[in-house]
Design a protein around this ligand. Structure first.
Ligand code: BTN
Length: 272
């Protein structure tokens, strides 16, 4: 757990409030509960361990004690650009997911000199294995958006890495890639600094460009999977202006895919 001094360092980055827990069900759940009761913009929930951490599409997320980072940042509706500026809520939610992935990826690349990449839409890979995941969830009251919670889980030590047979994509951790111990607080602080930096630029072309530059498998042929089946194959070109993945099929036709039940594999590695 982090000290009072650590907590004031986080506040000085620009966070509005910090709640930390030795163990919680899920930092996303706690942040959503807090949002319902008026959490301020840029409030942070962090936990040493989670008993019911969750990932995308109903999957669970493993967070044992003292081994990982698990935290959720509140982006309240009051602190967001008008949704219309971003062509609607789905685009905005996708950008919030990318915000988390970009912050982790850039931190690993620039501060730790690791060749991290973003596996669209929400994973950060090291050596082709998943090291971090992002789950952005919205809080609504009726038809009014209260805010979005950006939840980030980073595997730091080997104890946080689930076994290959427990996951749909092989995992690794920062310490394995780096070959040395990592101070979890320093990693957290660096990720949060980038989150806060890019949050101000979410609607800017620079954000899309930075996100696109870190995409895994650019220029490569990939299979798009849905429920374990390959539904399309294409050459990964980058992102369109809505943050959807842009590909070219074998006939040269350009197409985009949206966030959903899709998964990517390099074409040569796909097993059916
Ligand atoms: C995924 O890869 O499917 C997303 C994983 C997101 C995990 C983080 S850990 C902190 C926050 N709390 C949760 O319950 N989930 C996110």
């Amino acid at each position: 757990m982090f000290s009072d001094e650590d907590r004031s360092q986080l506040i000085s980055l620009g966070l509005s409030a910090v709640r930390q827990f030795p163990l919680i069900d899920s930092t996303n759940s706690e942040a959503l509960r807090w949002l319902e009761h008026g959490a301020p913009d840029l409030a942070l929930v962090i936990a040493d361990a989670q008993s019911a951490g969750r990932g995308r599409q109903g999957r669970s997320w493993f967070t044992p004690p003292q081994a990982a980072l698990a935290f959720s940042l509140v982006l309240s509706a009051a602190g967001m650009p008008a949704a219309a500026d971003l062509a609607g809520f789905p685009t905005w939610l996708g950008r919030c997911t990318a915000l988390g992935a970009l912050a982790v990826c850039q931190t690993l690349r620039e501060d730790y000199r690791l060749p991290a990449e973003i596996k669209w839409p929400n994973d950060v890979l090291l050596a082709g294995r998943k090291t971090a995941g992002v789950l952005a969830e919205a809080c609504w009251q009726g038809d009014q958006l209260m805010g979005i919670v950006v939840g980030i889980g980073v595997n730091v030590t080997a104890a946080s890495v689930p076994a290959d047979e427990q996951v749909i994509f092989p995992a690794t951790c920062v310490e394995a890639a780096l070959g040395r111990q990592v101070n979890r607080f320093e990693l957290l602080r660096a990720i949060l600094a980038r989150l806060l930096h890019w949050k101000k630029q979410l609607a800017e072309p620079a954000f899309l460009q930075a996100w696109e530059e870190q995409l895994a498998w650019r220029g490569k042929w990939v299979n798009i999977l849905s429920e374990g089946q390959v539904i399309r194959t294409g050459q990964l070109l980058g992102l369109d202006e809505d943050g959807q993945l842009r590909l070219r099929d074998a006939q040269g036709k350009i197409f985009s895919i949206t966030v959903g039940e899709l998964r990517l594999r390099p074409a040569e590695e796909t097993t059916l």
